[in-house]
Structures are given as C-alpha cells and as structure tokens.
Design a protein around this ligand. Structure first.
Ligand SMILES: [Zn+2]
Length: 383
C-alpha cells in the first residue's frame, strides 16, 4: 500500500491483532467515540488512551480506519462498524451482510478484513432486526454460536420496539445465548430512548442482566450503560451516529433543508443542544461558559457556524466533557457506589435547569427542558 509519508518519515507499522486475541479485555471499561468516516481521519488529543478509543463507521470505514492507523498514527483501541444494519434487514437465511462484490466471501473473511485494517476486535456485519423479527434474531444466535474466533463482538442492531415491556424478555434471553460480547445498537428515528417511557429502564435491564453487553452509537446512555455493568459503550460524534434508522428510512431532522450546525454537550445540564437553539436562548443573556481545553472559559453560544473548524472544536469540546465524566466514573468500581454517583450527578443536572432558565430570564417553556432519559436516570432506582 503506497503511503506518501511527509518529509520521508515512515508511518508507524500497523500492528494487526490476530483472531486469537480476545475482544473482551481490550474493550472492557472503555467509552469509545463513534466517528463518521466522511471526514479526514485525525488523531484527537481529546480521546483518553486508557478509557477511550474509536469506532469508525460509514462508507469506506475500513479504508478510513486504516488511514487513521497508518497516516494519522492512531495506536488506541479501535473498532470498525461498516453499519450494514443501515442498508440490510436481517433475515432467517441472511442474518449478516457479506460483501456482494466478492464471490464466496465468508463471515470469517469479513471479520479478518476489519482486523487487517487495524481494528482491535471485529464486529459481525449483522443486519437490522426489525420489530418482532424473532426468526432473524434466532438466526443471529445460531450464526454467532458457530463463530470460533475470540476476537469478535456480535452486533445486535435492534428496532427500539425490542425494548418494550412485551419484547424485552425475549431480547434478554436471546443475548444470553450469545457467548461473545454483544454490541447493542438501537434503531429508531430521533432519540430511540424517547420512543416510550419504559425504554431507559428496560435498556438497563438488558445491560445489567446479560454479561458482556455493549451499547454502541448512542449518547449519554453510554454512561448509564457503563454504570449498570456494560462491558464497553460508544458515543456518536454527531447526532447521526448517536442512533441509527432502519434500512430504507432517512433520518428525520427538525429542519430538513437547513444548514447543519454542531450539537453541543452542555456540561452543567448534561444534554446535547443544537448550536442554533443555544444562540437563540443566549441571545439576550450571558452564555454558559466552559472550562475545557477547547473552550478555555469562552461561551457555549459560539458554535452557531457551519465551517469545519467550528465543527471540530465543538466535537472536541463534547468529547472532553464526556471523557471527564468517564474518568470520574472510573474512580468508582462497578457496583452501588458507581450507581449512586451517576444518579446524583443526573439529579444535580436536572436541578440546574430552573436555575439556568431563571438566570437567562426564560420561562420553563421557552428555556431549557431536561431530556426525558436524563430525568429517568436521575429517578430510577439506583440498585
Ligand atoms: Zn468546552
């Protein structure tokens, strides 16, 4: 592979981990950044090498991941999620999407390609598991039971209705029959956790009752999962990688034809807010400020722009903020103290909403409102 290294420097050799290196210890305790491959891969200083890592996703994710390793020199933990669940619905005969352009491509080849591109562990190319699609889910279990490699995580991209009271027991039973680590991806428009009131609690059940669960392509639900015993989790860098939509659907956005502004993680309020809505809310008041390395005390209303520098700054701010929380969390062992820390942290954020609205002179209706999942994490029993 030719590589135009600048100034004659050789890129660091790519260390490929073979199929005998188990996935579990590599991933344990980490919250990964789910990155979109459409942008030039770059090393982010904001990623914590002990507690973080990257999931590269989107078109040509393997090529981008390889470049992140060889050109940008990234040596941390990395997964490659080519997101087959966005185009392929799992069926009884084809639970996994194997490459169409290569004759006789096997699952083993697909997993091996990811490792050759620099992945620390491999993800199965599982299709989207539609509402109530029990037979395709069983086919995923059977296919997983035939995998002999220990470097593999079984991706379980389920429609969010699998977290309803009627279905969650079946999902738990299915995940328990898969011996490998399992990466749950929730598929649904907007925030899947807001589809029904029971979802945050039922998601916790799946994570806490099944060993080796991961939750990928999500938002702060990643922390709730890690607090309740997940092996690993992944937070999306933009809203499009903080959930997924079913094959054939387009992600609905509140303003379909408008420019795309960054979404900003509010350190005190513990929620992501669009830059436009922040600029509006802080139009006649002092904005909330942020002490992170990127913001350096500046206001959080400054991201209302569409240029790439602003986007990267916003992303790095977000990563620094949630990485700080992951670092705090790692100070508590998995168990009651960690759960109480998280519950109190979410409750404290909820309590700041009326204070912030009062400070900027907005009513509860026109000001900030806590997202329902945050309220659930603050009030659900910690045990
Ligand atoms: Zn900041």
């Amino acid at each position: 592979m030719s590589n135009p290294a600048p100034f004659g420097q050789r890129p660091p050799a790519l260390r490929v981990l073979d199929a005998s290196v188990p996935a579990t210890p590599i991933l344990a305790g980490r919250v990964l950044l789910h990155e979109h491959s459409r942008f030039i891969p770059r090393q982010r200083n904001s990623i914590d090498s002990d507690l973080g890592g990257v999931v590269m996703t989107g078109d040509n994710a393997e090529t981008r991941a390889f470049k992140l390793r060889t050109e940008a020199g990234f040596t941390g933990t990395m997964l490659i999620d080519s997101a087959p669940y966005t185009t392929h619905t799992a069926t009884e005969n084809e639970p996994f999407l194997l490459p169409q352009d290569q004759m006789f491509a096997t699952l083993d080849d697909t997993l091996g390609f990811q490792k050759a591109a620099g992945a620390s562990a491999a993800l199965t190319p599982t299709g989207y598991i539609a509402p109530g699609a029990s037979k395709p889910l069983k086919a995923v279990i059977r296919a997983a039971q035939r995998i002999e490699r220990v470097d593999t995580v079984v991706t379980v991209p389920v429609d969010v209705t699998w977290l309803s009271n009627e279905r969650v027991g079946q999902l738990i039973a299915a995940c328990e029959r898969i011996n490998q680590p399992k990466a749950l991806v929730l598929v649904g428009q907007f925030d899947p956790l807001q589809h029904a009131k029971v979802i945050p609690a039922n998601l916790r059940r799946v994570i806490s009752e099944v060993e080796g669960m991961m939750l990928l392509r999500t938002d702060l639900a990643a922390l709730d999962a890690m607090v309740h015993g997940a092996l690993c989790a992944g937070i999306g860098v933009t809203s499009s990688v903080r959930h997924s939509v079913a094959p054939g659907e387009r992600a609905k956005v509140s303003k379909p034809n408008g420019p795309v502004y960054p979404s900003i993680l509010m350190p005190e309020l513990m929620c992501f807010k669009g830059a436009e809505s922040l600029a509006n809310r802080y139009a006649n008041a002092e904005p909330a400020t942020c002490p992170c390395e990127v913001c350096n005390g500046r206001g959080l209303d400054r991201f209302y722009k569409t240029d790439s520098e602003t986007r990267v700054d916003a992303e790095d701010h977000n990563i620094l903020i949630w990485s700080t929380w992951v670092g705090e969390m790692a100070g508590y062992e998995v168990g009651p103290k960690r759960k109480i820390w998280w519950q109190e942290k979410c409750a404290a954020a909820i309590n700041r909403y009326p204070l912030e609205n009062q400070r900027i002179g907005l009513s509860a209706k026109r000001g900030f409102q806590p997202p329902p999942p945050l309220s659930a994490w603050a009030t659900l029993p910690a045990s």
